[in-house]
Design a protein around this ligand. Sequence first.
Ligand code: ADP
Ligand code: ASP
Ligand code: MG
Length: 830
Amino acid sequence: MPAADAPAPPPAAVPCRAHKFGGSSLADAGRIAHVARLLQDAPEPQQVVVASAMAGVTDALIALADAARSGGEWAPALEALHARHRAAADSLLGPSHPLHAWLDAQFAELGELLRAVGLLREPGRAALERIHGLGEVLSSRLLQAHLQAFGADYAWLDARSVLQVRHGELGAIVDWDASRARLAAWRQAHSQPRVVATGFVAAGPDGLPTVLGRNGSDYSGAIFAVLFEAAELHIWTDVDGVLSADPRVVPEAVPLAAMSYREACELAYFGAKVIHPQTMTPAIARDLPILIRNTFNPGFPGTRIDARGDASGPVKGLTLNEQLALVSLEGAGLIGVPGTAERMFAALHRAGVSVVMISQGSSEHSICAVVRAPDAQAAQAALREAFARELACGQVQGVEALAGISVLAAVGDGMAGTPGVAAQLFGALARARVNIRAIAQGASERNISVAIAAADGARALRAAHAAFWLSPQTIALAVIGPGKVGAALLDQIQEALPRLRREANVDLRLRALAGSRRMWTFAHGDGADWRARMDPAQARATDLPALARHLLDSHLPHAVIVDCSASDAVAAHYADWLAAGIHVITPNKQAGAGPLARYRAIRAAQARSGARFRYEATVGAGLPVISTLRDLLDTGDQLLAVDGLFSGTLAWLFNRHDGRTPFSELVRQAHALGYTEPDPRDDLSGTDVARKLVILAREAGLPLSLEDVTVESLVPEALRSADRDGFMAALEAMDAPMQARLETARAQGGVLRYVAHLDADGRAGVALRILPADHAFAHLRLTDNCVQFTTRRYHANPLIVQGPGAGPEVTAAGVFSDLLRLCAALGARL
Ligand code: ADP
Ligand code: ASP
Ligand code: MG
């Protein structure tokens, strides 16, 4: 445990501190020795140290008692427990220490107790609790003996002979007077300034051993802190303090520096397991500060809980309470009838069911309560009985119990009076596709709770955590088609990721990669270079529905598929993905320009689920063409016409075509430079340009299809059906007609350009045209694209978007900017 050597912050001069160590801090001899060092190094002259059982021991004791009670076998498990303690004692104290005899006696007695339980089969509470509490007796004694063996004088306090409690409905209630009197008596014989005490156990009013409830050692810590008049209670555990959420569900959870008692109560009650809720009561009464600290990182200050707290941020932390059920009472007859809630809670109370959360709409038509899952049946039965008359006459339609519920709660003093916190929470859950079943906010406004399906729990917690800036927005990403554009995109993302995490609070996790035949799915979305992760041995046959399921299974709040293929078969999945809440981003034109019915299905799926479909890079690669058109339309402008050069390939060919080099030679050069598709006819046919025009038309609300666009193909009739090599060999056939077109243009003082045109009535065409030599399209360079929007506002002088419109790098950048816009919409700080 190297962290143990880290220097502790300079301690304030305090005469007495209470320290409570959880089971994880005392799990074995090594850890107990580490705790002993930590205590000896602490500066305060007086200490009361409260020990939990070694990790897992209470569970083991409960299992032993249950086995004995049900007539099962318990001897081997008892021996295993004995062996574990014997080994710890051996290592801490050596084999001949007198504590061994004491340990043997304890285990002999435990054996007797178990035998008695086995005989009785119906043992009383006292017998069971006596067994359950033995773990603390053993661990505290080991710790004390070890300290003593190293010359540190610590007394051992068995709480069963000092602490007196009785059990009330809300848990164990301390009899302070009796406990103080007994402590004073105990002190007569044990005057050492430092004491190790058993956690969890106490004596009942009858003097018999009892326990304070699961995780009750925190409570013991607070009680002993009060009894010993300590100035602080340090609760030592295995994490850096109270974290903003359960770190097992949200690995990015951050430790909180300070919080108020009220916040700690809310968090603890709602499932932040780091501190037991009851602990706060004695601490609040005496204004006793509680520090949650990490045994394995003692140099870290941890979380300070006191009356003041700190005022940073509206939400301090989030909790997820699991294994709950929703019980609801519904009926028109409840409207305006006073006393329904009272009858409902009285019935639940009589049935011994505790209510975690309540919610009633203002219509009073239904009222629901969240209860612990094991109580759901009893709750339902109790309500059916209490409302039997109303059920019989139809005033109440039903009493339903819905299992599989979790409650997510956002907690923070700063929420009171801060508008928008609920909206932020609900918005985050909606974007993460989490359905909310019931909502409750206490009038204190310190807690907003929502009941959700248990299956959504982890995703909801992570989404909410990110929404309050407590961790980055995490997005599960799949990339289909790692060809030129896909590879450039993955490189760009990989390079940008550290900055995005740091500055924009976004974390993109690559969860899947798919080619047309093989795909890779990754359990963890981060890690090695994406190329290194495409290990042929790990590949499986491409199965796009399985890829989508894998993305959704990840518990990450958001999922996005980036399709960098040019495949129509991939586009056929978009509607399903969007309907499932997966965002789709693509430079693939198949969906935007494909069958109108499919395009409409995609739009409908998107509207229903709220998932986004973005395809900026389908027109003009990285140029902001579609977003410009959207902005024009969304701000109320009206599109009159679109004109443009949409093909970098054709732009390059006609920029160079001056009559000196044959057209066929230019096509060959463009092909060699990678400016054309593998088969240059894909460019020369004009279809690609027509597709882009269809995409823009649809974006502007015109129901255009590819068939509606008149397309002039530059591929001579005779070469259309040849194979690619045949076509390339016969390219010269284009030279004479192209030369003739050029001369006609020159005769008119114009230039040849392959242009697209769309007007507001949906008339659309792409063709090689003669433009005046001073036309904007006549002076473009290289592979530049140019899109000209004529609108009501940009009428006399159209709005032009111009620049390089082809190439993997710029196309990938267009896709990436779509991805970042999506991240911003999901709550990233972009
Ligand atoms: P101990 O053995 O010290 O009593 P517990 O297991 O009872 O420890 O509590 C500590 C554990 O609580 C942590 O290891 C962590 O996994 C869990 N936990 C759940 N929610 C939170 C939270 N909000 N902050 C810190 N820890 C939490
Ligand atoms: N050992 C007890 C339990 O596991 C008490 C505690 O550790 O807080 O519940
Ligand atoms: Mg605990």
